[in-house]
Design a protein around this ligand. Structure first.
Ligand SMILES: Cc1cc2nc3c(=O)[nH]c(=O)nc-3n(C[C@H](O)[C@H](O)[C@H](O)COP(=O)(O)OP(=O)(O)OC[C@H]3O[C@@H](n4cnc5c(N)ncnc54)[C@H](O)[C@@H]3O)c2cc1C
Length: 440
């Protein structure tokens, strides 16, 4: 017992794995006065990533797909901060936070590692400096702002010679995140361009670059081919069997030698496990922590791992479960039960789950889906996408806000307002205005 004779459960990461573990622990340990649960996360909210592209494409308001962790977890202590170190031998974690950053140490009896993954640029020249990513809420807001800023700039008379890079977008990666993002961007730009008198749809160039033969390799080639055909019909240029090899502020180079003039490259083509994991004295596979079927980290009693940062074997096949939200949230439920069993006694439960289905929205009320082995495409798949993900979005308030956004979308055009967080211009003296300073 670490503090005041009470058992300390510390959860690192407030994504699908961490938050769902805490939610289920709260239920299972509702009447346990001898256990403290603490969750540490960089942001004070839980991000519902499956709808992230809808924020980038201005379909949804920026706060509607996030939930404050404090509203989701009423019994758990929430700590907003950056995990900087994990000391397994001494059973404590080091967290930094604050306007003047300083460190805290949290002792634990049980530690849950749910730190997810980060974007990997594979050392490709210019990508780290120039590519946008699609992992966080900030990424989606940044992308949306960039698209609108580019339209504003391209519309001006003086940009006449340099419009091509402003009106071209390259998305790298034809998996779920890349395809949904490029579809959303395509719809957004084609709809918005009508508000810019000097621009037209013909001036837009939206490109998807995918290393495989067919996009959406997670689904069947049939659905991938369908998605490819629909996107092409809507004006997306798809380069298959091709990779992005370099980026500059105004161009992207592809592996087939093509150079595309663009100031907007969105990189969804690679992830790496959280770098903190490499500091741990634990076995890893491609950087992810090796855990057993109970989600225990071997040789470290009381340490558990789940979600994108862990390799958890399917007891039926021995192969690792894929890094998806639908797995992470279900792992959270079983893990909460196993921690409770470790505290109270009983039989631990292995994590066993078969993927129910996979869905992608590919724009203009069209989708592709494979549910229980059956393929769906078109409007019905898109409807399934919306219905299923809406049901998974936590909290009624956010569900209603999303439904309202989607309903208003039927009547009104997508919003073109940029989210600018800079101060408005100010003045330090009340006189003739000469001392006016710019907030930008
Ligand atoms: C754009 C996009 C779309 C997706 N769509 C789908 C989909 O449709 N269906 C699906 O099943 N899956 C989808 N996924 C995958 C899904 O989001 C992940 O598999 C899931 O989030 C994994 O959960 P996790 O808890 O392991 O990690 P995450 O949800 O990434 O959570 C990790 C948390 O840890 C925090 N963190 C990391 N490092 C630190 C630190 N040092 N200090 C403090 N906090 C830290 C992060 O801020 C984050 O909140 C999508 C992913 C993306 C990026």
């Amino acid at each position: 017992m670490s503090t005041n004779g009470r058992t300390q459960i510390v959860i690192l990461g407030g994504g699908f794995g961490g938050v769902y573990t805490a939610m289920h622990l709260e239920k299972l340990l509702a009447h346990a006065s001898d256990v403290d649960i603490t969750l540490v996360n960089r942001d004070n909210f839980f991000l519902f990533t499956p709808m992230l592209h809808e924020v980038a494409a201005s379909d949804l308001d920026i706060t509607h797909i996030v939930n404050p962790i404090r509203k989701l977890l009423r019994r758990t202590s929430f700590f907003e901060g950056d995990v900087e170190g994990i000391d397994l031998p001494n059973k404590r974690v080091c967290i930094s936070h604050g306007f003047e950053p300083h460190q805290h140490h949290l002792a634990y009896d049980h530690l849950v590692l749910a730190l997810g993954s980060i974007t990997n640029f594979f050392n490709l020249p210019g990508l780290e400096e120039h590519a946008l990513t699609m992992k966080s809420l900030g990424d989606a807001i940044h992308l949306r702002n960039r698209l609108i800023a580019n339209l504003e700039e391209a519309n001006s008379e003086c940009a006449i010679q340099g419009r091509a890079p402003l009106l071209s977008v390259v998305v790298a990666g034809g998996g779920f995140a890349g395809v949904e993002t490029v579809a959303g961007i395509n719809d957004f730009l084609r709809e918005s361009v009508t508000f810019y008198p000097n621009l037209s749809e013909e001036t837009l160039r939206i490109v998807l670059v995918h290393p495989g033969a067919v996009i959406l390799p997670e689904l069947s080639p049939k659905l991938g081919t369908y998605a490819q055909r629909k996107l092409t019909q809507r004006g997306v240029e798809i380069h298959t069997n091709t990779k992005v090899t370099a980026a500059t502020p105004c161009a992207v180079t592809l592996s087939d030698g093509t150079t595309i003039p663009t100031s907007t490259l969105v990189w969804t083509a690679g992830t790496s496990p959280n770098p903190l994991l490499s500091t741990l004295p634990c076995a890893r596979e491609r950087g992810r922590l090796l855990a057993n079927e109970y989600m225990e980290v071997p040789e470290w009693p009381g340490v558990w791992a789940l979600g994108d940062c862990a390799v958890i074997p399917d007891p039926q096949t021995g192969t690792p479960y894929p890094p998806t939200a639908q797995h992470a949230l279900r792992q959270g439920k079983v893990l909460a039960r196993n921690i409770t069993t470790a505290l109270r006694g009983g039989q631990k439960k292995p994590f066993v789950f078969s993927t129910i289905g996979q869905l992608a929205a590919i724009g203009r009320r069209t989708g592709v889906a494979n549910i229980l082995g059956i393929n769906f495409s078109g409007f019905f798949a898109w409807w399934l996408w919306r219905t299923i993900y809406l049901s998974k979005l936590p909290r009624l308030e956010k569900k209603l806000r999303v439904v309202l956004d989607w309903t208003l979308d039927l009547v009104f055009a997508k919003d073109l307002v940029q989210f600018i967080t800079l101060r408005a211009p100010t003045v330090s003296h009340v006189d003739d205005g000469e001392h006016m300073t710019s907030g930008r």
